[in-house]
Design a protein around this ligand. Structure first.
Ligand code: ZN
Length: 315
């Protein structure tokens, strides 16, 4: 039989489900923030998977996805392996519905972190030391930034073949190539040979049922396809995006699109319009290629050069 795992001094035995605090810090009020991980272990050996969200405190779709996951009946007794679910990495920012930490730092640029550094650096250090060594790979849940709405998509590095393989087991609507960013969890985890895929869905501070459902279904599908849980789920078609770019406003004004989010469009199709408030000018946004709308800026009034639609071209 495989052995116990230890998280921050607490043992979790095969066949056990446990809530474990993996990171802890004090606020100026002396209140202590304890960050829990929910661990579900089978008595049978298998992969250890991390499912995490709330790296950015205002990205609540992933947090709701993992809230639904940890109470889901199918994961209470995994058939093999271990599931580690962390619904909120960044609790202090979550409390204030903010992206960044109180000192203005982005937690996802603080990796690998240090024990004695800034708050973000300490949280990153705890994730790297208490969680990363235990896992084989993970999926980290995010949403678009302010007013940017992402159609549910998994982001990974295509040059690493294992990434695409894992992403296909999750089967999101879109899989997108996304290079590493310095200081990110994904990049630092890759240095230890561990793939962290990033699921991006919806918009910050706004619940999206599509984003939450796609996230939950994807987690369950991934676990099912790895024979860790038994569940009946459809395996939808995934579109692999080879190239993506933001179409920007060539003129200032009010932007609108009649295209459905996630929809296909053809080259030279009019996919949006920018008008001034007095109907003097109207500027058409023409599709440069065949593609899909994978992200949208929900801000109606735009300046010249502002990002409007994130488009993806199938590989
Ligand atoms: Zn994020």
């Amino acid at each position: 039989m495989h052995r116990e795992i230890i998280i921050n001094g607490t043992a979790v035995l095969p066949g056990e489900n446990k809530q474990v605090v993996f990171s802890k810090y004090e606020l100026p009020s002396q209140s202590v923030i304890e960050t829990p991980a929910y661990v579900f272990r089978s008595i049978h050996e298998g992969p250890t998977i991390l499912l995490s969200s709330g790296m950015h405190g205002e990205e609540i779709n992933g947090i709701e996805t993992l809230r639904q996951l940890i109470k889901h009946e199918s994961i209470q007794k995994p058939l093999r392996g271990t599931i580690i679910a962390i619904p909120v990495f960044n609790i202090v920012s979550f409390i204030f519905s903010q992206r960044d930490l109180p000192d203005g730092r982005d937690l996802n640029r603080c990796f690998p972190g240090t024990k004695t550094g800034s708050l973000g650096s300490r949280i990153a250090h705890d994730i790297m030391h208490n969680i990363l060594p235990l896992i084989d790979f993970g999926v980290d849940f995010h949403t678009g930034g302010a007013r940017i709405n992402n159609y549910p998509q998994l982001r990974c590095v295509f040059d690493e073949p294992k990434n695409i393989e894992l992403a296909k087991l999750f089967a999101p609507p879109f899989i997108i190539n996304s290079p590493y960013r310095d200081g990110s969890f994904r990049m630092e985890a890759s240095k230890f040979g561990k793939s962290i895929l990033v699921f991006e869905a919806g918009e910050s501070l706004r619940f999206s049922n599509t984003a939450i459902d796609e996230g939950l279904q994807g987690c369950l599908r991934l676990l099912k396809n790895l024979h860790m849980i038994a569940i009946d789920l459809p395996h939808p078609h995934t579109i692999i995006i080879g190239k993506d770019k933001w179409l920007r406003a060539s003129e200032a004004g009010m932007f609108r699109t009649h295209k459905k989010f996630g929809a296909f469009f053809e080259k030279e199709e009019v996919i949006g319009t920018i008008s001034d408030p007095y109907n003097k000018n109207e500027c058409k946004l023409i599709a440069p290629d065949n593609g899909f709308i994978i992200g949208i800026n929900n801000k109606p009034v735009v300046h010249v050069g502002e990002a409007l639609l994130h488009i993806g071209i199938e590989k």
